[in-house]
Write a protein that binds this ligand. Structure first.
Ligand SMILES: Cc1cc2nc3c(=O)[nH]c(=O)nc-3n(C[C@H](O)[C@H](O)[C@H](O)COP(=O)(O)OP(=O)(O)OC[C@H]3O[C@@H](n4cnc5c(N)ncnc54)[C@H](O)[C@@H]3O)c2cc1C
Length: 521
């Protein structure tokens, strides 16, 4: 018999998995030996009152053992046919597309402009040192290289996708490749930047062992198109990769791909996006606000927050909140500055950071309309360059105290930040476009009312948080998922404008592979 139970526990009880069988036996008034196994379905924290509770939804196996399911790995032993799917980009969309191709018996050929994950680590280290931060490698940085923007990301795996089946499959595949099994049931699953590279390497090995191919340092800069179909993808070295179908999963930082598509008369569209700043507080402050106590219990995770407001009809919201994390230099070429956030699996830095961004409709960017589908992209690029220039052209980030920003005064002194390349005091309220400044100023005051203590001079703002979502969409057929003009081109993931974040990009990659392989018969 399987009994579904909701357990309301203290944080200490909730962190002791081995003690759960005893709690279930007491709850059901039966001898502990009858409880054979506990499967945790969901774990969440109720911190609305000072007496914080951990809520577990569990399946208790009474007098019976759970079934052993076929591991996902066994899906990847198929003999691959001669059907070749070329996948451009090895981010979450590209990698999960490749795994799905293998499952369906087609051979994936993954082309990646950057380096493998271990060589990529050296370039990430260079851009994190104040003396070398300006040496941004245009093919190997926080956005480009094996695993894409997902590799040195925070590794939060929340998604707004309502298709739980698909989400659970992605989480299970990640666990089979080395992620902590807790991600399956945690209401806020998180992997961490220190664990992601190992998982990405394991996924690559699965793909290669099953007969797939990986080509690193392979920057695709052209396509050969004939009779409305792509025949091959061409790298800058002139290497030609032929395939039956092409999944384009190059992410939203690969602006060169958008320009290539335009040069080939392949249509693009602009789409709404969001930009703003990254706000950083001491983690202890966020813990004390969220847990309503001066010191966080050792059994509770570092606290996070989610904030949203409307300012004169415009949405302003927190994005990619990283408790116990750091702010990272996420530029993908020299001459621009971009900030983003990440944390390690233990989330133990003394800082809490989050993007605070303002929604932008491309039609309102009047002076950018000449760029057509690339209006939002050009607007984004201009701000990244402006911030670079304002902060002294050294990959330092322009920064201001939150309270100074809201009263439009340049900060005389700056507080400590986690941003390794360093910060320069800049009047962000003058650098950011007026509508972004005004929306953020009002939003911070509002957030201070919603979370008492959030609006503080201790909070630092760093700019720009510009790569939250793609300002461009590559239009595709709603069911066939191929481009309207090119029948074997499958735009996929975040750069195509159909996903945002690791899990939704991975799901989109899988769907593109199903459509692409399906079209080959
Ligand atoms: C610092 C940071 C933290 C983040 N934290 C989170 C988080 O906690 N949770 C979350 O859900 N999301 C997070 N994200 C966002 C997440 O990483 C992206 O949404 C996701 O990686 C998008 O997946 P994708 O496969 O569509 O594209 P990408 O991951 O961007 O991958 C695109 C790949 O294509 C390659 N490529 C580009 N152009 C070419 C070309 N011409 N030829 C060959 N290869 C090419 C790139 O090198 C790259 O590997 C974070 C991002 C960053 C930068």
């Amino acid at each position: 018999m399987i009994k579904n139970l909701i357990l309301t526990l203290s944080p200490e009880q909730g962190s002791n998995i081995s003690g759960l069988a005893g709690i279930v036996a007491r709850t059901l008034n039966m001898p502990p030996l009858r409880v054979k196994h506990i499967e945790i379905l969901k774990k969440s924290i109720d911190a609305r009152k000072p007496n914080i509770k951990v809520i577990l939804s569990v399946n208790a196996f009474i007098d019976e053992e759970p079934k052993v399911f076929e591991p996902f790995h066994s899906r990847y032993q198929k003999t691959l046919s001669s059907r070749k799917v070329v996948i451009i980009g090895s981010g979450p969309a590209g990698l999960f597309a490749a795994l799905k191709c293998i499952e369906l018996g087609a051979k994936p050929i993954v082309l990646e402009r950057g380096k493998n994950v271990s060589d990529r680590k050296q370039d990430i280290a260079i851009i994190n040192r104040p003396d070398t931060a300006g040496l941004v490698n245009i093919h190997s940085n926080y956005s480009f290289g094996e695993g894409g923007a997902g590799t040195f990301s925070d590794g939060k795996l929340y998604t707004r996708s309502t298709k739980r089946g698909n989400v659970n499959d992605i989480l299970k595949i990640l666990v089979e490749h080395g992620a902590n099994p807790e991600i399956i049931y945690d209401s806020h699953p998180h992997i961490g930047s220190d664990k992601l590279p190992g998982i990405i390497t394991n996924i690559r090995n699965t793909i290669i062992n099953a007969g797939g191919e990986f080509h690193f340092n392979t920057f695709i800069s052209d396509f050969i198109i004939s009779n409305g179909k792509i025949k091959s993808a061409i790298s800058t070295e002139g290497k030609e990769f032929e395939g039956d179908a092409f999944i384009l999963a190059t992410g939203h930082s690969a602006t060169d791909i958008y320009e290539l598509l335009i040069s080939k008369n392949i249509s693009l569209e602009s789409k709404p996006f969001a930009m703003g700043v990254r706000a950083e507080h001491p983690q202890e402050l966020i813990d004390s606000i969220q847990y309503k106590s001066r010191k966080r219990s050792p059994y509770l995770p570092t606290a996070s927050y989610k904030l949203v407001t409307q300012v004169e009809g415009r949405g302003v919201f927190s994005f990619c909140m990283c408790p116990g994390g750091i702010i990272v230099p996420a530029a993908s070429k020299p001459g621009e500055v971009i900030v983003n956030g990440m944390s390690n699996s233990k989330r133990n830095s003394p800082y809490a950071n989050s993007g605070i961004v303002v929604t932008i409709n491309p039609e309102e960017l009047i002076s950018y309309q000449q760029y057509g589908a690339l209006a939002g992209l050009k607007f984004q690029q201009d701000l990244e360059i402006k911030c670079f220039d304002a902060a002294g052209k050294e990959q330092k980030a322009p920064a201001q105290r939150m309270t100074d920003f809201c009263i439009a005064r340049q900060s005389a002194t700056l507080g400590k930040t986690s941003f390794n390349p360093g910060v320069t005091s800049v009047a962000l309220h003058e650098i950011l476009p007026d509508f972004i400044t005004l929306s953020l100023q009002k939003a911070f005051i509002d957030f201070g009312k919603k979370m008492k203590g959030y609006y503080t001079s201790e909070a630092m703002l760093l700019a720009p948080e510009s790569r939250t979502s793609s300002p461009v969409r590559i239009p595709r057929h709603p069911e066939k998922l191929c481009h309207f003009q090119i029948e074997n081109l499958y735009p996929s993931g975040e750069g195509a404008g159909y996903a945002g974040g690791i899990v939704s990009s991975a799901i989109d990659g899988e769907n593109s592979a199903i459509a692409a392989v399906g079209s080959l018969g």
